[in-house]
Design a protein around this ligand. Structure first.
Ligand SMILES: [Zn+2]
Length: 47
């Protein structure tokens, strides 16, 4: 599972281990959760 700071290789909707969701596109850097302002692990949950 991708963590904050890694590069997104598959566009889609991702959910952080904090429970918040964010969209990332291929080539984006996974950001910290913008709600929690902390590094999280992102799980892809949709296209
Ligand atoms: Zn969060």
């Amino acid at each position: 599972m991708p963590r904050t700071g890694e590069i997104c290789t598959l566009s889609g909707l991702y959910q952080g281990d904090c429970g918040h969701s964010h969209r990332f596109d291929r080539g984006d850097t996974f950001t910290p959760c913008s709600y929690c302002a902390r590094a999280v692990t992102w799980i892809r949950v949709g296209a």
